[in-house]
Each structure stands twice: as C-alpha cells, then as structure tokens.
Design a protein around this ligand. Structure first.
Ligand SMILES: [Ca+2]
Length: 576
C-alpha cells in the first residue's frame, strides 16, 4: 500500500499538470492536453448514454452469445507482460478467445519491471487504450477518473455483464469495496478467496520432533513454551549435539514471517496492519494496549530462555531458507517457524519437505483468549478499467466479464483446451468433487509459457470448485494450504479492515501513508527491542507516549474515516 499511494500521488501530480484537472492552475497545462480532457469528458458522456439506450432491449439476466462482435471489431488493451509469458499476440488463450468473441485485440504489453512507468507514460501521453487490464489501486482509479481517462462501469455491469452482475448480487460487500465516494464503480476486480488467505500469520512445527517427544502440537501459550524448552534441551535431530537445536526461528522478510501477530494474539487483539475496530466501531492501535505489553513481556521471557532465535529479527528470507532447508535429519535444526504457509520458506528441493512441518492452531492465552484476527476477505484488488475513448464499451465489458465465470477461471488456471492443456482425472479434488483437474503444462512465475495469460490480466473471481480443483494429495502444496486454513478458521474474529478503501482527499492520503509508515516502523523496531531486552519493558508507557507523539491519535482518526466506524460483529462468523 505504501508504494501504491506514493505512485498514486506522483500520478496525480502528473495528470493534474498535464490534463489541467483537480483544480490545478499550473501554467504548464497545454492547450492540447485541455482539449484531450474535454474530449474525454464528451466521450464519457456518450458512452454512458449509449449504455443506457441499449439497456432497453437487453438485460443481464440473459447470457450474451458469442461472437460478441462482427469480424473486424478491435479493442486495444494495455496490460502487464509477466516475465513468464512469452507474447500476448501469439498466446494460445488470445487466439482462442479471438475466435470465440470475434474481437481482435491490439495488445500494449508493458514488461513487468517497467509496468508502472509505462502505465504512467501511457496515461499522460493521452493515447489511451480501450481497456487498462491490470490491478489498479483506488488512488490510481481516482486520479484516472479526475483526468477523464476512465468511465464509470455501474450501468455497463448491471446491463451487460452477466457474470459480474450476478456475483455482485451475491457479494454486496464487493460492490461496497469497489464503489468510490462518488457512488461509481470504476473497475472490475481480482480476488483470491483461497481459505489460506484469511489468516496469513500461521505457526508451523516439525512433526517428527513432536513424535519423538510423544506430544501433540501445542494449544496454549504454556504448552507452546514447554514444547520449545524440550526442543532446546534435547538432541532432537540425533546428531549427538544438544546445543544446535533452534526452538523457534523465522524471518521478518518472509510472507507471514513476523512472529508478532501469532505471539501477540493470545494476549491482545490485533491485525496484520496492527489496527482493529471494536464492537462500537472505535479503532485501536494494538501496540498501545495493555495486552500488547503482556505479550511482549512473554516474548522477552522466551527470548531470554533461548526460545526465540535472534536471527529472526535480522535475517532475510534467503538466509532463513538456507537454515531451514536441511540436507539430512541430523542437519535439521529448526523446531518451529511463522509464515503464511510452509512453501514460503521450504522448497522441497533437499531433505526438508513442506509436509514435515504441520500448522499449529492459534494459542490460548492465560485469560483464555484464542483468536485468529481476519479481515474477512482473501486478496481482493480493483482490476481492469474501461477508458473514455472506448467506442464499444458494451463489447469491452462483456469481453472482460467472461473471465469472471467458472469457465473463465478454469481456462486461466488450466488452459483452454481439455486433453491438451489439462485433463480431468478420476481422483477426488481438495474441494470435494469426485474428479479433479490436472494441468498438462508447467505454470509458475519462473517458467516461460504461452498458453494462458496467468494471473495479472483479466478480472478474476475465485470459484472454490476451481481454486481447490486439483487432487487431494498428502503433501501437495494446495492440500497443505487448505489443511492449514481449516485449523484457523474456527478462531477468526473480524478486524474491521476492508479490502479496498477510498481517500478522496489527496493530502489526507499522503498524511495517512506517512503516519502508517512511521508508526509501523517504530512499532516493529521497538517491539524487537523489547523482545530482545535491548529496551526495558519498564519503558512501555513511554513507548505509548512516543506513538502518540508520532501521531497515533490522528492515524486512528483517519483509519476510522477510511474504513468506517460502524463496528464489527464479534459474534458473527466470516464467510470462508
Ligand atoms: Ca542436535
């Protein structure tokens, strides 16, 4: 979020100066740019009008038929070219979809590494495509709206987008996320509703060490401490050395690797962002609460006992990977670690396997608190906007809309051709279907392929049937992700955070971004200092005062403004 806000602000500056929007009196505004801006406004009005007149004879209750257009219809689409995709022009999905829809795509492919720069240049250059097919932050969308670059999609979605309309009816919260303060939606979306995304600060423990001790995975803070004392004091890896075992180690740089959320939750409600709303809608900074001090006191005790490795606070992900991926049992030294999932740090290339480490449920603290704070969504982003120069907004929205369907999702994940790109096999899926899908080509961020567009181009709705469509197999990554999630979902409590939030005021956006960065950084360095004993916990009240001096109260005031203050229902369950 830090990066996107910073980018957004620079984008606003560029657009403001070039297009003369947002009340700028900048004398550098050129006549051409002004003409472009007013042209864009006129074109936007036309697009809206045409959407409404056509609405009379078509409704979203009727599924559109292919082809979407007569031969010769073209759309220009700006998108991100991942290093793992060969070429959108010759991509198998491109050729297949062109044949189905009758729409030829002129791709503008911005290489992954230069994407932001090229997007910026494209927007300010004024030669806009019909569609920006990429993730867009809310700030980017608002500055593009201000510049007359993109059009509202509400009418188009509710008139022509069969799948988007239906999904938004089923998920009113998505409509809420996507709606800007002016009441309009400017994009479709991407979501990853994988169960494992709802809580990513998990703990994993080495099963063979539990077996040796004859114990189950811990369920309370006391059991967790006792287990690590046993790891510390015994020659768990059987190499004759009782001193080389590391009871707990992680890396802040790994996804979900910071120990603070998992270790703090038994004592203090918090969230991945460190803030949360209570039942009354009041926002809190977890680090300033009494329970946080209690948690740090415990962590400091664990550190002093040698139960938290100091490297956790200093090493990067690769340094941790070099330690945890052992080449034999005798060299395996890590007892447990925090991460979003085992595969974040274990690559299965050596002796150590992801399945060697099993998830540990949230710990019950001394007061009986046992929670996994969750925002209630997986990964949700605004994706794909239609521009004001698009002459066929109906075709554009329908071209995008198909990818939100189950088939669309299947084809993006497994390829368009059954029997060649994927096959259906007679094994139960993780989802619970009697059959499952097996991909017949390699798909990863590091493997070059030209079969699918992968994961950054078109809208995505995450159907669980597809998401968990591969075979249920012990030790497979998807199975591990799914199984770990099941251990946490009974303990979800809502944080009040939303998938997207909109800030109309650019100054407040910058203020919030700065405060968040400063406060998060300070909490991390000081929490580390308290844990390692570098700073005495006698100074905790002073630390809270320092947070206030940095601007904690203003930060929470802005959080309340952006996320709302309607409160959260702590009795409610979160849909998984
Ligand atoms: Ca040993």
């Amino acid at each position: 979020m830090k990066k996107s806000v910073a980018f957004l602000l620079s984008l606003i500056l560029v657009i403001t100066s070039l297009l003369g929007c947002g009340g700028s009196n900048d004398s550098s505004v050129t006549e051409t740019s002004q003409a472009e801006a007013s042209q864009a406004e006129a074109s936007q009005a036309e697009s809206e009008e045409s959407a409404q007149t056509q609405a009379d004879d078509e409704t979203v209750t009727k599924l559109y038929e292919w082809p979407l257009a007569e031969d010769g219809t073209e759309l220009t689409i700006f998108t991100k070219l991942l290093t793992s995709i060969e070429d959108f022009d010759t991509n198998k999905t491109t050729l297949w979809y062109e044949e189905q829809t009758g729409v030829h795509i002129n791709w503008i492919q911005a290489p992954e590494a230069e994407f932001t720069t090229q997007l910026n240049l494209n927007i300010t250059g004024g030669e806009w495509p019909d569609i920006y097919a990429a993730n867009l932050s809310t700030t980017e969308l608002m500055s593009m709206r201000n510049g007359g670059v993109i059009i509202p999609l509400n009418d188009l979605i509710d008139t022509y987008a069969y799948y988007a309309h239906q999904i938004l009816e089923e998920h009113p919260e998505y409509r809420d996320y996507l709606t800007a303060p002016d009441g309009n939606m400017y994009s479709l979306w991407y979501n990853d509703t994988g169960k494992h995304m709802y809580y990513t600060r998990k703990m994993f423990v080495k099963q063979s060490w539990l077996d040796q001790l004859g114990i189950e995975a811990p369920t309370t803070t006391q059991e967790f401490e006792d287990m690590r004392i046993a790891f510390r004091d015994n020659d768990m890896n059987g190499n004759g050395d009782t001193t080389d075992e590391v009871p707990f180690m992680s890396s802040f740089k790994a996804w979900g690797g910071s120990p603070f959320c998992y270790f703090i939750c038994p004592f203090q409600m918090t969230s991945g962002d460190g803030i949360y709303a209570d039942e009354d809608g009041t926002w809190h900074l977890a680090a300033a609460e009494d329970g946080y001090k209690e948690a740090l006191t415990w962590m400091n005790h664990l550190f002093e006992e040698g139960l938290i490795a100091e490297e956790t606070f200093t090493q990067d992900k690769n340094q941790f990977k070099a330690i945890i991926n052992a080449s034999s049992e005798e060299e395996a030294i890590v007892g447990c670690f925090t991460a979003a999932y085992q595969g974040e740090v274990i690559n299965n290339a050596s002796y150590t396997q992801q399945a060697d480490y099993v998830p540990v449920e949230p710990l019950e603290g001394p007061s009986g608190q046992k929670i996994a704070p969750s925002s209630g969504y997986g990964d949700f982003k605004a994706r794909c906007a239609i521009t004001s120069v698009c002459e066929n907004p109906k075709i554009a929205i329908q071209w995008l809309d198909f990818w939100l369907s189950q088939d669309g999702r299947l084809y993006q994940e497994y390829g368009v051709e059954e029997g060649v790109d994927y096959k259906i096999v007679d094994k139960p899926s993780i989802y619970g279907s009697p059959t499952s899908y097996e991909r017949l080509f390699e798909l990863s961020q590091s493997t070059l392929q030209n079969i699918v567009w992968y994961n950054h181009t078109v809208p995505r709705h995450d159907w669980e049937e597809i998401r968990y469509g591969n075979a249920l197999e012990d030790g497979s990554q998807e199975t591990l992700l799914y199984e770990a999630a099941l251990l946490y979902e009974d303990y979800y409590v809502p944080t009040g955070l939303k998938a997207l939030f909109w800030i109309e005021d650019e100054v407040e956006a910058e203020e919030y971004d700065t405060l968040k960065t400063d406060i998060d950084d300070y909490i991390e360095t000081q929490s580390t200092a308290f844990t390692t004993g570098e700073r005495s916990l006698d100074e905790f009240d002073m630390f809270v005062q320092e947070l206030k001096d940095i601007g904690m109260d203003r930060y929470l005031e802005l959080a309340s403004k952006f996320y709302g203050n309607s409160g959260v229902d702590y009795d409610g369950t979160i849909a998984g």
